[in-house]
Write a protein that binds this ligand. Structure first.
Ligand code: PEP
Ligand code: MG
Length: 569
């Protein structure tokens, strides 16, 4: 938890920060009354009719939400609307009714069964849909019982507390009246969290026994995951100070928005990481310097078949047209934690060390060539670069390069317009960093993926929470590899960027800038924090960084010795 709250720890109920911001005010508890569902004659027909009504309502809410510019929330609601139409819902309930359960129980049992089925699927996207099925089925049940499900009305600015809030309830909240909310269920990546962030409403989820405590007033900090029920004046003061600090940081961030960043005399580009067209608006709003990492594999995942060249072209063109600066398209990084069912790849014991990223391309040449063509065609509409994930050897890079050359020649012969495209390599495997001076002979740029580079350097699975201490990109060995890449690149006049999560850690950003990295690609939310952080530093920090990274034996030492020297914006 944020250190500002350490002094009042005993007065807090811990939760998980879901949407940043501080809220202080009266509490309204949202209680959900049990739905009475007595008779279900013709269950398949009646459930089908209710499901269609629920689906239409969710679709309408999704459209309104999209019109309000909240694409993330709209996507969740749209997915739920499609789910409501699935006949498996009526089938599952009627199976439970046939087994002799009463209607309301049959609904609950069917919802539980379907959620468990989804949760057990290997595809993480589908597994995450388990929560949606429960929400959708509750909505159908309420519709069948004739209960209005849009009952969240509040009349004065308040903090809402609830056991849980559905995506539809959250999306429908009036952001002018809801100061913040807290729920007993949910995690940082739950839909309530996504929607709260898109509404800009502070939220804390996973707050135990919230309704039992039944506060009449509360303070919450959605960045720190802190919740205080019926706060004393002292407790309230700590939250007020946190709110003031946040407001002054926001002022500073507003000041740097749209300005070019630099570290001392060195210009530093701060582009955004995106994963699809719906991320463009936010990154443009934050005035990112283009896109440093377009995670295109998300176009290929959770769909029954891969996107066509045309669909990809439209997606890449939309990004290319949105910025004057470069959009770096990463060729699809399927495999590891991101499998695509339709490729029917063999199960592997160690998927992170298996057929992943570039290693897939020769198995599916049409897929990679189609993507390259789409990117080349998009390059007529803006500045586009391509970079290749999971490269370990120069040969792998050259093999993709020859695909790009071949596709360009083909498109040329078809008289298709194209711009120049730079071709870079992601540095995720230590072999690339160690051999960076050889790669520098062939590549147009380096982009360090610190998430994987750390995983492969420290031999610590990035998905394993218990190894988070080992999986620290500020370990001196990882920093040293980053420095080697930047030095090899700078010696050849080739740009090195960092596009892993570490780039948005202010301390790491200062270290990267010191060791010669001139581009930091971060999530849209962090663009201006990183710009402001670089601007706030006294250049004497460079000596501090060099001396600490030369001596430190652990990531912890780097953090402890350098952290206090980094000036907060
Ligand atoms: C990385 O590995 O740091 C990276 C940016 O790629 P991804 O997180 O998508 O694997
Ligand atoms: Mg990676």
């Amino acid at each position: 938890m944020h250190s500002a709250y350490d002094a009042i720890k005993g007065s807090l109920i811990d939760g998980v920060g879901a949407s940043p911001g501080v809220a202080i005010g009266p509490v309204v508890a949202v209680s959900v009354e049990e739905v009475e569902l007595t008779d279900l004659a013709n269950p398949i027909e009646s459930i089908g009719a209710s499901a269609a009504r629920v689906s239409a309502k969710l679709k309408e809410l999704s459209t309104q939400t999209r019109e309000a510019g909240r694409d993330d929330a709209a996507d969740v609601l749209n997915a739920q609307s499609l789910m409501a139409e699935d006949p498996m819902i009526a089938d599952a309930v009627s199976e439970q009714l046939d087994a002799g359960l009463a209607p309301a129980d049959a609904f609950d049992a069917a919802a539980e069964g379907l959620a468990a089925l989804l949760a057990s699927l290997p595809d993480p996207y589908l597994a995450a849909r388990a929560a949606d099925i429960g929400e959708v089925m509750q909505a159908i049940k309420r519709d069948l019982a004739g209960v209005d499900s849009e009952g969240l009305t509040i009349t004065e600015p308040s903090i809402l507390i609830a056991h849980e809030l559905t995506a539809a309830e959250t999306a429908g909240l009036d952001a002018n009246l809801v100061l913040g909310f807290a729920t007993e269920t949910g995690g940082a990546t739950s839909h309530v969290a996504i929607i709260a962030r898109s509404l800009g409403v502070p939220a804390v989820v996973g707050v135990a026994n919230l309704l039992e405590v039944a506060p009449t007033t509360a303070c919450l900090d959605g960045g720190a995951g802190a919740f205080a029920a019926d706060p004393t004046a002292d407790v309230k003061q700590v939250f007020e100070q946190a709110a003031a600090a946040r407001a002054s940081l926001q002022l500073r961030l507003d000041e740097v928005t749209g300005l070019k960043a630099s570290f001392g005399d060195t210009p530093i580009e701060v582009p955004a990481n995106i994963a699809g067209t719906s991320d463009i608006a936010k990154a443009v709003e934050e005035k990112s310097d283009g896109v440093g990492l377009y995670r295109t594999e998300f176009l290929f995942l959770d769909v029954p078949k891969p996107p066509t060249e045309e669909q990809q072209f439209e997606a890449y063109k939309a990004a290319a047209e949105a910025w004057e600066e470069t959009v770096v398209i990463r060729t699809f990084d399927i495999g590891g934690d991101k499998p695509a069912e339709y490729l029917n790849m063999d199960e592997e014991e160690n998927p992170f060390l298996g057929i992943r990223g570039v290693r897939i391309y020769d198995l599916f040449p049409d897929l990679i060539d189609g993507q390259i063509r789409a990117a080349l065609r998009a390059s007529a509409f803006g500045k586009v670069s391509l970079m290749i994930p999971m490269i370990a050897t120069v040969e792998e890079f050259l093999s993709v390069k020859s695909r790009v050359v071949a596709q360009r020649a083909k498109l040329d012969s078809e008289n298709v317009e194209m711009g120049d495209i730079e071709l870079g390599v992601m540095v995720e495997v230590p072999s690339v960093a160690l051999n960076a001076h050889r790669f520098a002979e062939h590549v147009d740029f380096f982009s360090i993926g610190t998430n994987d580079l750390t995983q492969y350097t420290m031999a610590a699975d990035r998905m394993l929470g218990s190894l988070a201490g080992l999986h620290d990109p500020l370990h001196p060995s990882v920093i040293r590899l980053c420095q080697m890449v930047a030095e090899a690149g700078n010696a050849k006049g080739i740009k090195t960027s960092v596009c892993g999560l570490a780039a948005e850690d202010p301390l790491a950003a200062v270290i990267f800038a010191t060791v010669g990295i001139t581009k930091l690609s971060v999530s849209a939310n962090s663009v201006n924090l990183i710009k402001a952080t670089l601007a706030a530093q006294d250049q004497s920090i460079r000596d501090e960084v060099q001396s600490v990274i030369a001596r430190a034996e652990s990531a912890q030492e780097v953090r402890e010795q350098l952290g206090p020297h980094v000036v907060k914006p």
